[in-house]
Design a protein around this ligand. Sequence first.
Ligand code: CA
Length: 228
Amino acid sequence: MTPQRILIIEDEPDLLRGLELNLEAEGYSVLTATSGDAGVKDALHEQPDLVLLDVMLPGMSGLDVCRELRRRNFDGPIIMLTARAEEVDRVVGLEIGADDYVTKPFGIRELLARIRVRLRRRGAAADTDATLHFGDVEVDFNKQEARRGGQRIDLTGKEFEVLRFLARHRGDIVTRDRLLEQVWGYETYPTTRTVDNHILRLRQKLEENPSDPRFILSVYGEGYKFVG
Ligand code: CA
């Protein structure tokens, strides 16, 4: 089993090092960033299983980092590290999209327990969206299998990823840029045309009438929307 990956965004070197050692001792693979901007980039690029995020960071604050990550569809758990109890109200009250927080100084055991809880919940959620049904289509993302009317359909890895991302944001407009960023990431950086071609092929494979799709819709001037 590959170790779960945790990104720590923290500017205090001693605390960062201490957390890193403790998490590695627990068997996690640890990534670190010491500024908000670097943290956002790393989280989006590396897609860690969980983010530990300090509130007080130089430049972009932890609250802004959290908002930015959610805005850009990072959906892993985020645990905030807050320096004062007052900050807790802001973290929770502002609904910035964090899942949990610990107040400094915190015990490492408490933090480890919270990390385990968040990772377990995430595992459970990942299982529930491992399959997708719409119309006469059934998709199993873990096995990378798709069937339409019981017949096996071949989708490429990228087609599975595009479909999964759209399905996770069912009912929402997803822009081409968002799909590029989430599915293709920083690799080769293809054009939005690549996205359109993948959508076209998904419709040909999964829609009864690809030129008048029922499930994978175009939203003129904006992007795509899955309504299965
Ligand atoms: Ca700090």
